[in-house]
Design a protein around this ligand. Structure first.
Ligand code: FUC
Length: 783
């Protein structure tokens, strides 16, 4: 399936996005520091969708964390409890009687996964596994007789325009510089070490990993290899890394497992790595890539790398006015938090950084970005660095289509396609249902079973939510060939929900049971605490939306008329898209329960507002009002990803100033890395989003949120500047944002003046646009 999705989409995509050259207006986007990174969250992330690297720019000791997106412990497993479905009637009956607490106990006993599941988020050594650091490349520099060098004029930067990082400083009158990139053309990482006087590069290289590694010197290269734990017989994924220094002048001496380079004029490190994930020839691949890379000059490498990267990055430009380019990024963050008008362009940098991270952390044909994108510094990554399906991996993809990077949705479409088979087993085992299901977590090994604890693990909306992402890609591109490839996945998911819906005895609506509203808990009228319930709002919103999309897809493709009719009939029996509780908030559950944590980070019942379009201020004003009340009660402070989600909600509610307030919340400077489920999310000095800890969904959600403030297209027309805050009204321009229906937009605005705009499309055709509160038909220009 993967190849077909890729091929068709690339054709449609490149033609649709061509013609808008946004590059010129945003050519000075950079992260800047005037000292080496003090913690990992100050390093500069580089990535080419497979290889990642975060150099810290240390003057004497430089640590470069290396990553490879496929490097996972664990392995394929069958964690289905095949007895589970026999407990379904009893669980459902308890729920129907309001005995949720007892139902939850039964779920915990018989309706969770077999074995250890995610290992409670510490799955490095269980079959679920975790995404892991590849290794550390350590560089120990010598500056002749200077033992503790005091660098002058230190500067460290990452150019978002070129995807190249560098640092430079002077020691004893000699200027040293280093350049880093993860090549988009040659698929190796490169580090160039230079000095402005001959023979001054003296450095010792070592390669290590906290466990399961062996490093040797192979000729004039360092090689590290090993095998991870699969949680069963120990024989998990194998990997290999090779670092080959190319010298101008000087010499290389092997010392134990290290390479000492003396008196070189210049050194270029070529770093190659691969794993045996879907590749038995991975070891040879490492050598082949190195050999091919060595044939090119560094200059050519940089030119080709940058050209490839810019093909994607340059599709969108965004400007808001004044710039603070010479200030270090952490200082800009701090100043912005005190006075946002002092740095109007910081949101632009954050927005473009999100696009940079997307391009760098996934590639067509490989894996989608995980909880940390591609960057991880440890063996046991937080929450296994996995794919969480109750918002996180979906959020990772929200900015892509609108910010003109649509093809980067395809790795997710591939991952979802690869989950169908195991998801069908899970659907049978737990629900005796047709179709396929995935719950709250998945990994690269196709995990679809519930998690190990009822409180969060039996949310069964994961698969339906993923289908929203797959559908959105179609809505933006109008690519029918792609639609054909994803239709069976969507249909399989719809079949699952069709099979599991049961009648709620009180309301007679068709609902899911058992399920949970992601990670939230409530009190039943008898004062008992529970998570497990019937028909949480998110489940029926997802079901309604999925069925609607499958109906639209089958009509478009001219197939499955009977299935379509059946879905139409079922939709009528679902609970309404939203219901309002006694206190004016949107109900999160079927019953008006008292929630255990009114400030809970998940706000899943607003799924209908975003990413779905079941609730809009125009079509469902009362529900929109209930969303406002819900958000006001939940409060703004929460983990980074949750702030980003709230930003998106406010943008959809057309409240630009509240959206901006959430953006400011998201950009709160922090250095805290302790796992947190509550308040305190923000942004690290290197602009990585903080849950804390680092979680990339906050970056992607934030980028999507900013885009949603500038353009929306989910309500039947293209809405330009639907939620622009006062702070941005003075002047601005944004070029290259995309709208559903395969349109590309260009907008420029100045205070007091009408918005100047145009839409482009593949062919001359009309578009419905809303500008300054007025809806009109305009003709889109042909690209
Ligand atoms: C969900 C969230 C947490 C965190 C984790 C990865 O469990 O509730 O805040 O984002 O996913």
């Amino acid at each position: 399936m993967s190849f077909r999705i890729v091929r068709y989409c690339l054709i449609a995509f490149f033609s649709a996005s061509a013609g808008i050259d946004a590059a010129a207006q945003n050519d000075d986007l950079q992260l800047l520091f005037n000292e080496p990174a003090g913690q990992w969250e100050e390093t500069l992330p580089l990535g080419n969708g497979r290889l990642g690297m975060t150099p810290d720019g240390g003057v004497v000791n430089e640590k470069i964390v290396l990553n490879e997106i496929t490097l996972w412990s664990g392995g394929p497993q069958d964690a289905n409890n095949y007895e589970a479905a026999s407990f379904l009637p009893e669980i459902r009956s308890l729920l129907a009687q309001g005995r949720n607490h007892e139902a939850q106990a039964l779920v915990n006993k018989n309706f969770v996964c077999k074995g250890e599941g995610s290992g409670h988020g510490n799955g490095a050594n269980v079959p679920f596994g975790c995404y892991q650091i590849l290794g550390e490349l350590n560089l120990r520099f010598e500056y002749e007789d200077v033992v503790s060098p005091k660098p002058d004029g230190y500067s460290r930067r990452l150019s978002l325009n070129d995807a190249v990082a560098s640092c430079t400083f002077e020691v004893e009158g000699v200027r040293y510089s280093r350049t880093y990139l993860t090549s988009f053309s040659d698929d190796i990482a490169l580090v160039k070490l230079q000095a402005n006087r001959k023979g001054k590069v003296n450095v010792t290289l070592s390669l290590s990993r906290p466990e399961r590694s062996m490093t040797t010197v192979d000729g004039e290269a360092l090689v590290m290899s090993g095998r991870l734990n699969n949680g069963t017989d120990g024989k998990g994924m194998s990997y290999r890394v090779k670092v080959k220094p190319l010298l101008k002048g000087g010499e290389i001496i092997a010392e134990g497992n290290e390479l000492r380079i003396r008196n070189a004029n210049e050194v270029i490190l070529h770093i190659s790595a691969a794993t045996d994930f879907r590749d038995v020839d991975y070891s040879k691949k490492v050598d082949d890539l190195l050999k091919a890379g060595a044939k090119k000059s560094f200059e050519r490498q940089v030119t080709e790398h940058t050209r490839n990267y810019r093909r994607l990055f340059d599709r969108v430009s965004f400007n808001l006015g004044s710039r603070q380019l010479s200030l270090p990024t952490d200082e800009r963050l701090y100043r912005f938090s005190k006075d946002p008008q002092s740095d109007r362009e910081l949101p632009v940098l954050f927005f473009q950084f999100g696009r940079y991270l997307a391009i760098s952390s996934t590639r067509v044909g490989l894996l989608p970005p995980n909880l940390q994108g591609l960057w991880a510094k440890e063996i046991q990554t937080p929450w296994n660095g996995d794919y969480h399906l109750d918002v996180n991996v979906q959020m990772n993809h929200w900015p892509l289509a609108v910010t003109n990077l649509s093809e980067l949705n395809l790795p997710l479409a591939d991952l979802v396609g690869s989950m169908v088979e195991s998801g069908e087993r899970t659907a049978k085992a737990y629900y005796n249902a047709e179709g396929w299901v995935a719950h709250v977590i998945t990994n690269i090994w196709g995990y679809t079973e519930p998690g190990e604890d009822a409180s969060w693990g039996v949310a069964n909306a994961g698969s339906g939510w993923l289908c929203n992402n797959l559908w959105q890609h179609y809505e933006f591109t109008n690519d029918e060939a792609y639609l054909k490839t994803i239709y069976p996945i969507l249909k399989g998911s719809a079949k699952f929900y069709r099979s599991v819906l049961v009648e709620d005895p009180k309301t007679k609506w068709l609902v899911t049971a058992p399920s949970v509203s992601p990670e939230n808990a409530f009190y039943t009228p008898d004062g008992k605490y529970a998570n497990v319930c019937m028909g949480p709002t998110i489940d029926h919103q997802i079901t309604r939306e999925l069925f609607t999309n499958v109906i639209a897809a089958s009509e478009k493709l001219g197939i499955d008329p009977e299935f379509r009719d059946e879905l139409k009939r079922i939709i009528r029996k679902l609970p309404p898209a939203g219901r309002i509780g006694g206190d004016g908030r949107l109900l999160e559950w079927l019953d008006d329960y008292k929630e255990a944590d009114p400030k809970h980070r998940h706000i899943s019942h607003l799924y209908g507002l975003y990413p779905a379009s079941l609730i809009t201020p125009d079509a469902t004003p009362e529900l929109a009002q209930a969303c406002i009340k819900t958000l006001d009660t939940r409060g703004d402070d929460s983990p980074g990803w949750s702030k980003a989600y709230k930003l998106l909600f406010w943008a959809r509610l057309h409240d630009g100033d509240r959206a901006y307030r959430l953006l400011r919340e998201l950009l709160q400077p922090t250095k805290d890395t302790h796992i947190n489920y509550g308040a305190g999310g923000g942004t690290y000095p290197n602009l990585f989003s903080a849950g804390p800890p680092f979680q990339i969904d906050g970056n992607f959600g934030g980028t999507a949120g900013i885009a949603e403030m500038l353009i929306q297209s989910h309500a039947g027309y293209i809405h330009l500047l639907p939620a622009i805050p006062e702070a941005w009204k003075k002047s601005g321009d944004v070029k290259g944002l995309r709208a559903r229906g395969n349109f590309t937009s260009v907008m420029t605005w100045k205070a007091g003046k009408e918005l100047d705009y145009r839409l482009c499309s593949m062919s001359l055709r009309m578009a419905k646009v809303k500008v300054n509160g007025e809806i009109k038909e305009i003709s889109a220009q042909k690209l």
